[in-house]
Write a protein that binds this ligand. Structure first.
Ligand code: SF4
Length: 488
């Protein structure tokens, strides 16, 4: 998938005109939030449960190198083969080589964000190995050549008429129908056929357990379990931050993930695999390959502040609560990860210079932080990225401000901390932005303020701040009425 984070503004304009997605966004996030609330209410103490999740991920981050070594040792002892990939290219080349070596023509895939990140499907397809996504939403998105709209529902915004036409063209749907059950059945028949002869399955990993070398997948459709159990060769692709110390930790994260994601106490399927099929087992792969991908995460890990982004368990709670995502949906973010989770992760994986709009397009309302089950403080990360960017930090490929921008913000900083200076300034500027008097000269100017003042005013600043007034009031036990400059 082509990375399009730089085209964020254009994509937002386009998506704001997408009436179908907009109508859908009015419905989907509130419903998922409501389900989440109901799901979380089954915990005896919600705050304690979320705090425990944060502590597990914090510990996993603090001990990441040691946990990864422990995981590898135990996975090897279980009979799995482990490959460490420094970047997307290495991971894709390894999986492609594996498929070619075994003369594999097609693979089935379970939903995997990290293979979206590495562009595995494109590499396989170009080299003659057809990848079939088997999650229903991923299947639709893949056939439409679109990125995921939402982590939980990658094609949840696609109109049912479009799905019907797609399935008639590509999934052997015989009779046109808009019945979701019939459409789902057609996809199931089509994909079942793929499972019958598949030689190699590829899935992601939700959680990896260091103490036992176990990989865990959670899902509702059963397609990952089929992908893991039907073929002789199983490839599990995980980014290196997925590891936690023990099964007990993993179980708690599964409880949190299900509730925060879809409001379920537990997803329909939880698959735990410790190595390939054993002698007395009837199904499972004969060979299990675990590909552990770095792709920039070691660099993230070395920055103590940025490291927090690696805690994410991809539950999507932050997407559902975000007022920005709720208006624009997932396509505008231009890559595999969208919403606040993508705004936190993409700048670190792609560089601050390619993702400026992502960490600037935020109200800093903190809604994402308030729901995150692993304690990521999104707003503070956005501010951190902005700071690294304006300082031109080479580590994160920040773009230093130009001289004129620098001077503008210095002047702005002086004005907003001195009420008299601010109010003098706006008295001088207001005639230029006043639509009635001068037809909004500044509003019409091209540049950063283009259009800004068409619907906005420059408010005057109170002479005294709220804190000053509060202190005075407490001193004399008498409220000080606010005195504001009049508008004209
Ligand atoms: S960052 Fe978002 S997706 Fe990740 S764990 Fe927190 S709420 Fe869930």
């Amino acid at each position: 998938m082509e990375i399009q984070t730089e085209q964020f503004t254009a994509a937002v304009k386009r998506e704001l005109q997408n009436s179908h997605s907009r109508a859908f966004l009015k419905l989907m996030p509130p419903v998922l939030n409501m389900k989440r609330d109901i799901g979380l209410s089954t915990f005896p103490d919600i705050d304690a449960a979320q705090a425990y999740g944060a502590a597990i991920r914090q510990e996993a981050m603090a001990r990441l190198p040691e946990l990864l070594e422990e995981f590898e040792k135990n996975a090897l002892a279980n009979g799995a083969k482990v490959f460490w990939a420094r970047d997307a290219k290495e991971a894709n080349a390894y999986i492609l080589h594996l498929a070619k070596e075994r003369e594999i023509k097609y693979v089935t895939k379970g939903k995997s964000m990290v293979t979206e990140e590495t562009g595995l499907n494109e590499v396989l397809h170009k080299n003659g190995v057809e990848p079939w996504e088997t999650d229903l939403g991923e299947f639709i998105a893949q056939q439409l050549h679109r990125p995921p709209f939402h982590i939980v529902g990658p094609a949840i915004n696609v109109p049912v008429e479009e799905v019907r036409d797609l399935f008639m063209a590509k999934a052997n749907l015989k009779e046109p129908t808009l019945d979701p059950v019939q459409l789902g059945y057609a996809a199931r028949l089509f994909l079942r056929d793929k499972f019958h002869h598949v030689q190699m399955g590829i899935t992601g990993v939700n959680i990896a357990v260091a103490a036992t070398g176990t990989i865990i997948n959670v899902e509702n459709e059963g397609n990952i379990r089929l992908t893991k159990s039907s073929p002789k060769i199983q490839v599990s692709v995980m980014s290196l931050e997925k590891v936690v110390p023990t099964i007990k930790d993993a179980l708690h994260l599964i409880r949190l993930l299900s509730r925060n994601c879809t409001g379920q106490k537990l997803t329909a399927y939880v698959s735990m695999d410790s190595g390939p099929k054993k002698k007395d087992e009837i199904d499972g792969p004969e060979e299990l390959f675990i590909v552990i991908i770095d792709n920039g995460r070691t660099k993230i890990y070395q920055d103590l502040k940025a490291r927090d982004a690696l805690r994410c368990i991809r539950c999507a709670a932050c997407l559902n609560i975000c007022p920005v995502y709720g208006q624009i949906g997932g396509y505008a973010y231009g890559w595999a990860y969208s919403g606040p989770m993508g705004q936190v992760l993409n700048p670190l994986l792609l560089g601050l210079d390619r993702t400026q709009d992502l960490y600037r397009t935020t109200t800093l309302c903190g809604a994402c932080k308030s729901v995150c089950p692993v304690g990521i403080n999104h707003p503070s990360m956005f501010l951190y990225y902005r700071a690294r960017d304006v300082l031109g930090d080479p580590y994160w490929r920040g773009k230093k401000r130009s001289g004129s921008e620098e001077r503008f913000f210095q002047a702005w900083g002086s004005a907003v901390t001195r009420a008299w200076l601010w109010n003098l300034g706006i008295r001088m500027v207001r005639p230029l932005i006043n639509k009635d008097a001068h037809e909004g000269v500044i509003s019409k100017m091209k540049g950063p303020f283009h259009g800004w003042f068409r619907t906005r005013d420059l408010p005057a600043m109170a002479e005294k701040t709220f804190h000053d007034r509060w202190k005075e009031m407490k001193k004399c036990n008498n409220p000080v009425p606010a005195k504001r400059y009049s508008k004209n």
